[in-house]
Design a protein around this ligand. Structure first.
Ligand code: NDP
Length: 450
């Protein structure tokens, strides 16, 4: 016989699956949240009566559009564009744009759903959204990327605005793409406004925004380790990815005395047992951000092993920071990390661990932080960028970094409040999900049936 909690989860997931049977990533994200929320909801029936969950899984609006553009040979290319405006109970929709061939509506909805809880945790007034395209910026010229971004924005501009919906970057959308998107928005709207975050520092961007997700993830790991009297000093750290989040996570780990031994991209991972020192990391920044090259070149340059087509989780480490993409730590990867003594996993990426991997980490009671808590630093500094744009002011680097640090500590405290069990163990998954839910749910109730 199933207990009421299991029954509730099963019934609700059947409802979600029936509505959108093929959206597997979205189901996965909802399931993870419902597992945490079920006991809380059964204790607080007002949320059920107000159908808060049913409303949370239904986007307020989904925009799906055609993005035609001309490649360098004059051929017409056609991609799909999306913007999922998930929930605006506590502020304008806020969340990144992803340009990657794997983008589907299911991926957009999972990311937008996660974003609602994450943004709530930051304590800033931001609702949740996400968008993007199946366009692949890899192997495209700057002019092709520009023409694509201009076409994308020529439709998106009518759905967004500084008080409505404020997109940012994500996979495949960095400073270059935000620049092209902003330029086109300004042109068609004839206004200079904070409609995107992650802007260049000369035209409305915030200091520390590029660093924020990676730094914030490491600040969060540091807070978790503090609860055990531990620090990053001397710890061996495995990082996946070598994009925006991975680069700045690595930089902060080095600053705090840790040793980063792996980084990766979709081609495979490098293992540098001597550690990626600041000089080698500077090479990775240049390789990835300027040459737009492959991580394998690091192995060729520094004479260390490169493992094609593999992920780094069989390398022994104290701390693992998955910073590439969803579902990159499977059950066997998690088992290997635990076997090799890993004690801390903080998700720089969104949903990088499969449900089976998460269950292993929770069962082993290691320090495991889900992305909606650990990687919230990026959107938090986006929120600070919006505040600076509204005030037409720029804060200093130190000021933004201090605020980021404080926000990550606040999120950690929120996880403690809602996730600490009677025996003292902290379930950060429960903490983040319940902590993120309460504020949004209260706002939805206050605003009536909308
Ligand atoms: P980037 O595009 O800068 O970097 C992504 C990195 O992940 C690259 O090294 C890329 O390799 C690798 N990668 C992407 N897809 C795959 C794949 N399917 N298999 C293996 N490797 C892959 O993106 P970000 O660093 O911005 O984002 C990384 C993660 O962090 C994502 O999950 C994103 O949603 C999340 N995140 C990002 C935030 C931000 O502020 N940027 C905020 C919060 C979360 P390759 O170049 O070969 O594709």
């Amino acid at each position: 016989m199933k207990n009421p909690i299991e029954n509730f989860i099963q019934d609700f997931m059947a409802y979600v699956r029936a509505s959108d049977p093929h959206q597997l990533e979205f189901h996965q994200a909802v399931h993870e949240v419902i597992e945490s929320l079920a006991p809380y909801l059964l204790d607080h029936p007002k949320y059920m009566k107000m159908k808060i969950l049913e409303r949370l899984v239904e986007p307020e609006r989904v925009v799906h559009f055609r993005v035609p553009w001309l490649d360098d040979r004059g051929n017409i290319q056609v991609n799909r564009g999306f913007r999922v405006e998930m929930n605006s109970a506590i502020g304008p929709y806020k969340g990144g744009l992803r340009f990657h061939p794997t983008v589907t509506l299911s991926i957009m909805k999972f990311l937008a759903f996660e974003q609602v809880f994450k943004n709530s945790l930051t304590s800033l007034p931001m609702g949740g959204g996400k968008g993007g395209s199946d366009f692949d910026p890899k192997n495209k010229s700057d002019m092709e990327v520009m023409r694509f971004c201009q076409s994308f924005m020529t439709e998106l501009f009518r759905h967004i605005g500084p008080n409505t919906d404020v997109p940012a970057g994500d996979i495949g959308v960095g400073g270059r793409e935000i620049g092209f998107l902003f330029g086109q928005y300004k042109r068609v709207r004839n206004e200079f406004t904070g409609v995107l975050t992650g802007k260049g520092i000369e035209w409305g961007g915030s200091l520390i925004r590029p660093e924020a997700t990676g730094y914030g993830t490491v600040y969060f790991a540091k807070e978790m380790m503090n609860t055990k009297g531990e620090s990053l000093e001397g710890k061996v750290v495995c990082i996946s990815g070598s994009g925006n989040v991975a680069q700045f996570a690595a930089q902060k780990v080095l600053e705090l005395g840790g040793k980063v031994v792996t980084m990766s991209d979709s081609g495979g991972f490098i293992h540098d047992p001597d550690g990626i020192d600041p000089e080698k990391l500077a090479y990775i920044f240049q390789l990835k951000n300027e040459q737009r090259g492959r991580i394998k070149s690091y192995a060729d340059k520094y004479g260390c092993p490169f493992y094609a087509g593999q992920r780094p989780w069989r390398i022994a480490c104290d701390v693992a920071l998955p910073c590439a993409t969803e579902n990159e730590i499977h059950e066997d990867d998690a088992a290997m990390l635990l076997k090799n003594g890993c004690q801390v996993v903080a998700e720089g990426a969104n949903m990088p661990c499969t449900p089976e991997a998460v269950h292993l980490f929770l069962k082993a009671r290691i320090l495991y932080a889900p992305g909606k808590a650990a990687n919230a630093g990026g959107v938090a500094v986006s929120g600070l960028e919006m505040a600076q744009n509204s005030m037409r002011l720029n804060w200093t680097r130190e000021e933004v970094d201090d605020r980021l640090h404080t926000i990550m500590r606040t999120i950690h405290a929120m996880c403690l409040k809602h996730g600490q069990k009677r025996d003292g163990w902290i379930n950060y998954v429960d903490g983040a999900n319940i902590g993120g839910f309460v504020k949004v749910a209260q706002a939805m109730i206050a605003q009536g049936v909308v």
